[in-house]
Design a protein. Structure first.
Length: 352
């Protein structure tokens, strides 16, 4: 097809700076380059020297510093709940990632960039994303909503008149949407997702075991032992932390049932958001979903037993996308590859 040869030509020549798709996530940022696929997947973390305000490390190197830095080095996440909390640091992070992807290319102008954002983002927050991307060197910025990108990346037939439902559970937000005829019919953007599960684990361990643990330990617990529904597999784990009273290191054992209780509140909020979105869906499309089911994407989709829990609560089939961690950036990348055919699903970001 014509656009395939065009994308390959663009990738080889680099005359126009190439096109990039960016999944700017609270936990991780992924970058897809036109004609080359996913080129970068790194934590959305920046280490900053608080004395000089200089950026010390970005991405993987910065995440390794969380909880291990001297007093004047601070590892920060510039995005909170899916939106930019620190404009300047976000711009620095994006600039680093874009240069890392484009470093082997001879370009005369910056790339055209399609960035995905939560569907519930405000106009001010959307402008912050656009401005940060321009500051990173983009020549043109387009915005796509996260559930639309996730649906495209998961292979859902978004252009058909029948309905499809996507639930994208990222680090900062959970995006729930019903799509049909190339648009979003009903959606809910909930600022409760993977990070909220980690926080709930930290709080539960502190309150019930008088043990202080960090977010990295909580995330490891969630991945290895956490579940949203009774499942087979590991049912007990040892965790190490600092005693809240004495301040000394201590180990405790925690069971899968205790961990399930810890994350129950955010799981209930996610299930409620799915039910609310279905309640706003036209009856004809709701009927389609009974046979097509719900597709889960995002890192949260990998939580053990979550698909079974949602299916049990909602009463319709639930499946996890083939590549849940990559669905959003793959969908955004598909728009970049076939921009002329899919440009109706994006909006132009505010110009600088």
């Amino acid at each position: 097809m014509a656009f395939t040869s065009l994308s390959l030509l663009s990738a080889r020549s680099g005359v126009l700076g190439g096109d990039l798709a960016i999944d700017l996530g609270t936990a991780n940022t992924l970058v897809y380059a036109r004609g080359r696929g996913i080129m970068l997947n790194e934590p959305s973390v920046v280490a900053v020297d608080t004395n000089s305000k200089a950026v010390v490390a970005v991405g993987v190197d910065a995440k390794r510093m969380i909880g291990r830095t001297p007093g004047h080095i601070k590892a920060v996440r510039p995005l909170q709940d899916g939106v930019i909390a620190d404009y300047d640091i976000t711009a620095e992070m994006l600039r680093y990632f874009v240069r890392k992807v484009m470093r082997h290319r001879s370009v005369f102008t910056g790339p055209r960039v399609v960035v995905c954002v939560p569907s519930g983002i405000t106009g001010v927050e959307q402008r912050a994303v656009s401005e940060s991307t321009y500051a990173a060197g983009a020549r043109r910025v387009h915005i796509i909503s996260e559930p639309m990108a996730a649906a495209i990346g998961a292979g859902l037939p978004i252009n058909q008149p029948s309905g499809s439902m996507i639930v994208d559970i990222g680090g900062g937000t959970t995006e729930v949407a019903v799509l049909a005829l190339g648009g979003i019919v009903a959606s809910t953007s909930l600022r409760v997702a993977g990070n909220a599960l980690d926080t709930a684990i930290v709080d539960h361990v502190r309150d019930n075991f008088a043990l202080l643990i960090g977010e990295r330990t909580a995330e490891e617990l969630k991945i290895t032992l956490g579940s949203a529904f009774p499942v087979a597999g590991p049912q007990r784990a040892e965790i190490r932390g600092r005693d809240a009273g004495s301040g000394l290191p201590r180990n405790v054992a925690i069971t899968g049932e205790q961990l399930r209780q810890a994350i129950e509140a955010p799981i209930v909020r996610i299930v409620t958001a799915i039910r609310m979105t279905l309640d706003r869906c036209p009856p004809e499309l709701a009927g389609d979903l009974v046979s097509r089911g719900i597709v889960l994407t995002g890192g949260g989709a990998l939580l053990r037993g979550l698909a079974a829990r949602v299916q049990h609560e909602i009463g319709i089939p639930v499946v996890v996308a083939e590549r849940p961690l990559d669905s959003v950036v793959l969908g955004t990348g598909t728009v970049v590859e076939h921009f002329e055919q899919l440009q109706k699903v994006v909006v132009d970001g505010p110009r600088r």
